[in-house]
Design a protein. Structure first.
Length: 114
């Protein structure tokens, strides 16, 4: 990271309210504990922006839920599968049409089992 030194003190453009930060930490922890028992289960996830994703919970860490989603064989816009191989012979990947979509925990509005 680089800093521009102008000799003037830095001007704060935005600083989160400490109560909001504390609340977001609680939401993140609650979601993490609620979702961990459902690893490898199919779910539908709705984000606070109204996007809906369907897939399988592939993993979790303290900031993200990793959702395995099906994507078209032509590698649809927005998804990337590093194991995608249009010529699967001789070593096919076991999930050729899947990609991992990382979702930020505090942006999730609802999670439904399907």
């Amino acid at each position: 990271m680089s800093f521009y030194q102008s000799g003037q003190p830095a001007t704060v453009i935005y600083q989160a309210d400490p109560a909001v930060v504390q609340h977001l930490h609680g939401v993140r922890e609650s979601l993490h504990h609620s979702c961990m028992p459902y690893l490898n289960h199919k779910v539908s996830v709705k984000t606070i922006d109204g996007q809906v994703h369907e897939g399988t919970i592939a993993g979790m860490d303290n900031k993200h839920m990793y959702l395995m989603v099906e994507c078209p064989t032509d590698m649809g816009r927005g998804y990337y599968n590093p194991y995608y191989n249009p010529y699967p012979y001789p070593y096919p990947y076991p999930y050729p049409n899947n990609a991992i979509l990382p979702l930020v925990l505090f942006e999730l509005l609802a999670i439904f089992l399907i």
